[in-house]
Design a protein around this ligand. Sequence first.
Ligand SMILES: [Zn+2]
Length: 372
Amino acid sequence: MAFSLHSLLKRPLQSIVSSTVCQTSKIHMNIESIENKTKSTDNISNNKNPRRIDTHHHIIPEFYAKAVEETGGDPSGWSTPKWSIEEAKEHMSHLNIETAIVSITAPGTKIYENDKKKGRILARKLNEFSNDLVKNNAKQFGFFASLPPLTDVEGTLNEIEYVHSTMKPDGYTLFTSYGLGQYLGHPLFRSIWTKLNELKSVVFIHPSEAPTPMVNRYLPQPLIDYPQETTRTASDIVLTGTRAAFPNVKIILSHAGGTLPFLAQRIAMAGSIPSLQCSRQSHQILTDFRSFYYDTALSSSIPQLMALLEFADPCKILFGSDVPYAPLPAVIDTTKSLDSFFQKNKIGKYKNLWQNINRGNAKILFPDKIQD
Ligand SMILES: [Zn+2]
């Protein structure tokens, strides 16, 4: 290769660490770190309640489960679990989750990609349900609004306008792709990003079915394809210049960014290959990737956490559980694994991160929702 990729990529990563991108968070971390000098590590060792804020937490209203079943079931090959408010609260209590920002997972309104009217009606019904849930349990729940399939641009813009002015959601759920494999940097979605940017929205990107067949019957898509779908759409957003064009949108990637922390430098090579004519240079691509928030849902093995912590901005890592699509015992295990990692790394460069991942970072991201 004619250029030194390492030298190209080394500089921006170092400069990002000392940049002011996350200045508010840094101040917050400093203040918290004083408080937490004893508290954070004590919390872990004494197993005190971390008062987690869960930004990856799904609800499944009965009318939605029925609609999924009637339209042929979840195309990812995953079965739709049972859900109730009571059970959700029980799960939260087991996991020390004080507040859950709830969302509808895939396929969501995509079950009606070929029927605009039904897609719009379902999005509205889901938002009304979520809004009622929050109104009746304000301390325990917030919500990311559902939108019609994004290929219905007019319907999506109308729903954003409606829920923003009437319900004040904590953000919006987008899926990784729509239509025939149109990822989120597709020009069709430009006006939607413009609107979300105007509103300075939080956007929660959740993986949805991949436009590829299942590997085999043992591997429903959420196990192997979902992480890659997150990587594909994040790369699409960045390499098309969409991320850079709409900097006010705060984007959360599910599951520690899928495979993004592992592949980021490889993908960033696109900015250094002249024949590709990519509008972003390698160091800009890495900066854009690091502007994302990353949740820890089902992603707390040591290799996953090490990759995430070495790549992401520590002010932008959020706790996620993925209940109830992941069964409670599995989520308890992954949560224990998260706690245990920071228990073993409570000194050194990861100190104080445990409390910020569980609560501090989300508190800054949702200042209207979380005030204490
Ligand atoms: Zn999920």
